[in-house]
Design a protein around this ligand. Structure first.
Ligand code: ARG
Length: 596
């Protein structure tokens, strides 16, 4: 039982004994006592004041007195109005610490056969261009959320939907056919996803030039000129031929997508994310089409004169939604219907979570309604984990085209920057080139990940590379650095042959108690992060923990402590702090270095 539970149960017993009130211990939630008062945990006594027919202060005093007499974990108390501040018996904290040390997978709830199955979709790129900064936030959130939900005792299936077909990839294919000169990743030395992205940009360049030329020649507005573009007509024709299974188009498509996948794999690997099951739009969109046509037959959808198929959502307060184009080709929404159907067929999903940016809020609102209308009972319960945009301060790390920030470039810059900072700080002496590279990778990626994950996922944010790599403050490197420092203390302790002995009778000081209390908060923080889908809670917890540790480390010696039980307590604190820091960072997908 945690100390919070012991106090809650004690208080429940006290109000029963004192006032005959049946209080549910689960509803009594002790809070950490505020700094200005003496105490570790505070209980609010207002709920019992009326039944006790006494002033709040008196009720607090009676409950406090009862606890001191009956609950061995309680040493003293004081009351401030309706707040009962409880001082836990100092040596009791040693038991709390020993309990933490003895708990395998501390912070995690075990997954069993009966655990609910959560499917988390994240990443979900189109195959016409490389991943960018927005994808980075997406991937990190999705991966971290998956690990947190797993730690909360869920079976988690990490999934990805690769939007590998559609007009966008046809544009890249067409540009490659027209102007590619047979270029391949091998012949150009370019990463495959970048190569395809360059052709997508090239298509757009030619398309815009064509539209401008038509508009000027015919003296018509741009929107009119767009309709007359031969390039766009060719791309659409290619899409039709793709859907018809034209072998030449399919062959080119497969070849170009395989280049993209090799590129994505490299990016995912460096980001440290992976998937248990990948779906491809090319394998799900027909299911979607079928469902839409089925819905059409049942009168749930309607067909316009031009042959296109739509859903009327005006009764739900939305508008009309296109599901199949006039030429019969499928749209983005259609494949999501098919993908969802297949996922629920493949897995006994209890909860489906889509990690997708907030610019698609409307899309998911519609998807949920459509699935429900099509008769899927789970349609209504889909969760759209909608996160905010991320931007860079003006002038920092602009990509080739100056529009989006490329994920590969960003990671490379972060690692280079980490290496520079470490060099300047002279932290790398006596390490081999390989070790230096490894540490730069861990720190650069840690800085990036931590910075993106420490903020509320729902909010838009500004990513500042320089600030993220600071070795002080609320950053990944600061936490990593503290971890490495603790590990170094533990290595030295081992060299000196210090073993951990009995520390149960040591009276811990305030800093030690505060640290134990923070360590004890880890499991409930993980639960809270899972409940609220917030990796940010874990990030900020890790920061609080290392701050707490640093205060203790600053004030007390560890290796120089001569009293053996006290030294054992402190070494245990080092050991458990490093363990919990590592576990918390792992929930964020961040590695911690043994040296730094
Ligand atoms: N590929 C889409 C895009 O790049 C995002 C897909 C999100 N997931 C989904 N199930 N619709 O905009």
């Amino acid at each position: 039982m945690s100390i919070d539970q012991i106090i809650a149960e004690g208080v429940a017993k006290a109000v029963k004994a004192l006032y005959g009130i049946d209080a549910d211990a689960a509803s009594i939630v002790p809070q950490a006592t505020r700094k200005e008062f003496e105490g570790n945990l505070t209980v609010v006594v207002f709920p019992w004041v009326k039944a006790a027919r006494k002033a709040p202060e008196a009720v607090g005093a009676e409950i406090g007195q009862w606890l001191v007499e009956n609950e061995p974990a309680v040493a003293r108390f004081n009351t401030v109005k309706g707040f009962l501040n409880i001082v836990v018996e100092p040596t009791y904290w040693n038991k709390v610490l020993a309990h933490i040390a003895g708990t395998p997978d501390y912070g995690s709830v075990p997954v069993t056969d009966n655990s609910p199955l959560v499917m988390v979709e994240y990443s979900s790129p189109n195959t016409n261009k490389p991943l960018h900064l927005g994808h980075v936030r997406n991937n990190l959130l999705g991966y971290s959320l998956s690990r947190i939900l797993e730690a909360c005792g869920n079976k988690v299936v990490k999934t990805n939907i690769v939007n590998d077909r559609g007009i966008h990839i046809c544009k890249s294919m067409l540009a490659w056919q027209k102007w590619g000169d047979g270029a391949t990743p091998e012949s150009t030395g370019k990463k495959g996803d970048h190569l395809i992205g360059d052709f997508y940009v090239l298509f757009d360049k030619h398309y815009r030039a064509e539209v401008k030329e038509i508009a000027e020649r015919e003296n018509i507005p741009a929107e009119e000129a767009e309709k007359r573009s031969t390039l766009m007509a060719e791309a659409r024709d290619m899409l039709r031929r793709w859907e018809a299974g034209d072998p030449e188009i399919r062959g080119l498509w497969e070849r170009m997508n395989s280049w993209v996948y090799a590129g994505f794999d490299q990016t995912y690997k460096r980001l440290g994310v992976d998937f248990d099951k990948i779906y491809y739009e090319s394998q799900t969109y027909l299911e979607g089409k079928e469902k839409v046509l089925e819905g059409l037959e049942k009168g749930l959808m309607y067909r316009k004169e031009d042959g296109s198929v739509w859903a009327d959502l005006t009764n739900e307060g939305l508008d009309h939604k296109l599901l199949l184009r006039a030429d019969g080709t499928s749209v983005y929404m259609t494949q999501d219907i098919g993908t969802a159907k297949l996922r629920f067929r493949d897995y006994p999903i209890d909860r489906m979570i889509y990690v997708v940016g907030n610019e698609q809020n409307y899309h998911f609102q519609v998807l949920s309604l459509l699935l429900d209308r099509l008769g899927f009972k789970w349609g209504k319960d889909l969760v759209h984990f909608s996160y905010g945009m991320v931007e860079l301060p003006e002038g920092k790390m602009k990509s080739r085209e100056g529009t989006v920030v490329d994920a590969d470039d960003l990671m490379e810059e972060m690692v280079t920057e980490a290496r520079e900072v470490s060099r300047e700080m002279d932290k790398l002496q006596g390490l081999s080139e390989e070790e230096v590279a490894e540490i730069a990778e861990t720190v650069g990626m840690g800085a990036l990940k931590y910075f993106l994950l420490k903020v509320d996922p729902r909010k838009n944010m500004l990513f500042n590379p320089k600030e993220s790599i600071d070795f002080n403050g609320n950053t990944g490197p600061f936490i990593q650095y503290t971890y490495a420092r603790i590990r170094s203390v533990l290595r030295k302790a081992a060299e000196k042959g210090f073993a951990i002995g009995d520390y149960s009778s040591v009276v811990p000081n305030d800093k030690e108690i505060a640290l134990i209390q923070t360590l004890a908060d880890f499991p409930s923080t993980v639960q809270e992060a899972g409940r609220t889908f917030s990796p940010a809670l874990i990030a900020n917890y890790a920061y609080d923990l290392v701050k707490q540790f640093n205060q203790f480390y600053h004030d007390y010696t560890i290796l120089g402590e001569e009293d053996e039980p006290t030294r054992s307590l402190r070494l245990t604190l080092c050991d458990q702090t490093s363990r919990v820091v590592k576990a918390a960072m792992a929930l964020l997908g961040i590695r911690v270095p043994e040296r730094m």
